[in-house]
Design a protein around this ligand. Structure first.
Ligand code: ATR
Length: 272
């Protein structure tokens, strides 16, 4: 029997993870099986333990179970601790290890695939939810001149700021951003899922080199349209992040880092 992995979430029918990991396995000559499980709100933990007891070696975790997966683990990486969420689990030596590769996946996509290193750049992250929690540590480690986190609810932003006191991390209200240009702007809010636009004031996108929308497959969201209208030439959605976080998990489980380019190309939906 080949080594078993799976993604669990609710709903799960939209997931691209089996396709991505299948392509990685094929390209790197690894023999594994990767399935998708519809998570149960009542019995999520039991499902994970059952999968492990049946011989499973690892899982990816998606909404709404990332926090519960984190809590279920015996050992958690620093990234997972700051994110307070796990998007990948590994079952080894009778223990459950938790990781969070969302942030590093996003960083790799921006720096390596899109060719925009964060070093000495002014970077703006919109939102203060789980997606931003995952991105903060890898982003700060990439050495931006300043990392600003803007959120409507300042209490949430403040909690994050208090957990990660870093000289180059600043939190801001949206209106305070007026007239402050940023090189790279990442929309990590859930606004795009409801067709809304984060309340970005004038002057923020004027010098922006890259506007990145975390949502995948939503086309030109209101945020990307706004960026396009303000002359930002490089627009991206989360397809590269999706594939890069998967590659990190694959490497963690299998010890082999797969090539991501062909998979990203295959999953890319044009931003029109
Ligand atoms: P996720 O885990 O996907 O990041 P979340 O934890 O539900 O999602 O967080 C959603 C984020 O999107 C929050 O930062 C939220 O801002 P508030 O904390 O101020 O509510 C942000 N968000 C959602 N809709 C938004 C909108 N229309 N404009 C700006 N921010 C929005």
């Amino acid at each position: 029997m080949s080594d078993r992995y799976a993604v669990i979430g609710r709903p799960i029918s939209h997931t691209k993870s089996p396709l991505i990991h299948g392509l990685f396995a094929q390209a790197s000559g690894q023999c594994l099986e990767y399935g998708a499980l519809e998570g149960e709100l009542e019995g999520f933990e039991a499902q994970v333990l059952q999968f492990r007891n049946d011989g499973g070696l690892g899982m990816n975790i998606t909404a709404p179970f990332k926090l519960r997966a984190f809590e279920l683990a015996d050992q958690r990486s620093e990234r997972a601790q700051l994110a307070r969420a796990a998007n990948a689990l590994k079952f080894e030596d009778g223990r459950i290890f938790a990781e969070n590769f969302d942030g590093i996946g996003l960083l790799r996509d921006i720096e390596e695939n899109l060719g925009e290193p964060l070093g000495n750049r002014r970077v703006l992250l919109l939102g203060a939810g789980g997606a931003v929690r995952g991105a903060l540590l890898p982003f700060l480690q990439a050495g931006p001149s300043e990392l600003v986190l803007a959120n409507r609810d300042m209490a949430t932003a403040l909690t994050l700021r208090n957990e990660l006191d870093h000289p180059r991390l600043r939190i801001s209200r949206y209106e305070e951003l007026e007239g402050q240009p940023f090189d790279i702007v990442v929309n990590a809010t859930s606004a795009s899922l409801t067709g809304e636009l984060p309340p970005l004031p004038e002057g923020v996108l004027g010098e922006t080199r890259l506007a990145y929308e975390l949502a995948y497959g939503k086309g030109l969201t209101p945020f990307l349209r706004m960026a396009q209208a303000q002359g930002v030439t490089r627009l991206a959605d989360g397809v590269g992040m999706l594939v890069e976080q998967a590659a990190e998990a694959f490497a963690w489980w299998r010890g082999v880092r797969p090539d991501t380019r062909a998979v990203i190309d295959r999953l890319t939906i044009p931003l029109e």
